[in-house]
Design a protein around this ligand. Structure first.
Ligand code: SF4
Length: 381
């Protein structure tokens, strides 16, 4: 499938770098360990894709370079990419520019380049400070590396730092995870994303589960963990604004809010997904096909789905209810020309069961039920 040059405008741009220094035991993202020559070729093609799509970049407010591990690109290559982006996008209009990084990659030279090109948010793949957990997850850093990285980020004036943490790794106790949270905060995190470990197929952990060498956390225990995390982070001054995201006031991730607000965004790079003109698409997750697509002037897609009005309304509901603030009834009415509650009759039932709350203009999931949101909604939408 192909998609030609987009003329549409979107507020957010995601760029995928599918390279990592090593492979973590739980990861099912599109990524690989690659030679420098392949990375160089990829960045060249990414720059061509940026050129193809540049006419739509006029409204951009956020850029997010994720992966993979974007910080694993050598500095010359990373700078080449940032320079190429700067030639096509007026960076003054960008309010939030995030780069995902591994703690071990943070050094002065990298931060100088990021500052020079206006990157103002770092999403750090910490996952844990526990040596045992990091070994199970096959991460290449330790607590000292994270402390050093976060100190350097502070020294270079990066105060918008987000830390990813994973919980539910085997039989870990809550106290170990609370220590992870406390250390992340002590080292300067303003945004935290605590995620449950999900053992996906085709991962090292999945194989270990099959061999009886690793056990997933019991879901009830996981749910109890989650509510303790919510309570603890609230005490620490972090507001929850999405199922897995907590922030100090003003540090909510604007880029990810575009996804949850069901707004359009560009996805660039092999395996990246985007949402434009009511169509969800995913670029082909194969480098050879990605290169061929760019050479032909069209992009090869592995998936493309044009959403009907009903699909769009369903997605607005599913995505919007991930947010703690939920959905504005007025906004829904303006966007789709119909009343949210009348459009989804099951809402009344969920309201009476306490799975949803309606307060003035907002429909939302009570915070203590957020953890169950997917299970509840999937049965209805
Ligand atoms: S979790 Fe991140 S760093 Fe680890 S393999 Fe996956 S993309 Fe790479």
């Amino acid at each position: 499938m192909t998609m030609t040059q987009e003329q549409v405008l979107a507020k957010a741009l995601y760029i995928h770098i599918p390279f990592c220094r090593s492979i973590c035991s739980y990861c099912d993202f599109y990524k690989m360990v690659a030679k420098e020559s392949l990375k160089e070729k990829y960045v060249d093609y990414l720059l061509k894709e940026i050129q193809i799509k540049r006419s739509g970049f006029g409204d951009l407010k956020t850029i997010y370079i994720g992966g993979g591990t974007p910080s694993s690109l050598n500095l010359l290559l990373l700078e080449k990419l940032l320079r190429g982006l700067q030639e096509c996008i007026s960076f003054e209009q960008i309010e939030e520019f995030t780069l995902e990084a591994n703690p071990n990659d943070i050094n002065s030279d990298l931060l100088e380049i990021l500052s020079k090109y206006g990157v103002n948010r770092i999403s750090l793949g910490v996952q844990s400070f526990s040596e045992r957990k990091l070994r199970v997850l096959k991460r290449g850093h330790n607590r000292k590396d994270v402390r050093k990285a976060m100190q350097l980020l502070k020294d270079y004036g990066f105060d918008n730092v987000s830390v990813d943490l994973i919980f539910g790794v085997g039989e870990e106790d809550y106290r170990t995870f609370r220590r992870d949270i406390n250390l992340a905060i002590r080292y300067g995190a303003r945004h935290l994303s605590p995620y449950t470990l999900i053992v996906e197929e085709k991962t090292i952990l999945h194989k270990l589960v099959g061999e009886g060498k690793f056990f997933e956390m019991n879901p009830d225990r996981e749910a109890r963990f989650y509510s303790k995390i919510q309570w603890h982070l609230q005490k620490k001054g972090f507001s929850q604004y999405e199922i897995s995201n907590f922030a100090k006031p003003g540090y909510e991730c604007r880029h990810n809010l575009v996804y949850w607000n069901n707004e359009p965004y560009f996805g660039l790079g092999a395996g990246a997904s985007g949402y434009l003109e009511n169509t969800r698409y995913t670029n082909v997750a194969n480098l050879d096909s990605y290169f061929k697509g760019i050479d032909s002037g069209e992009l090869f897609l592995s998936e493309t789905t044009t959403l009907s009005k009903t699909d769009q309304m369903n997605e607005e509901l599913m995505l919007g209810l991930r947010k703690v603030e939920g959905i504005s009834l007025d906004h829904f009415q303006t966007k789709f020309g119909c009343n949210l509650i009348s459009a989804f009759p099951f809402i009344e039932k969920l309201l009476s069961q306490g799975f949803l709350t309606l307060q003035s203009d907002r429909l939302y999931i009570p915070i203590e039920k957020l953890y169950l949101s997917n299970e509840v909604l999937v049965n209805f939408v």
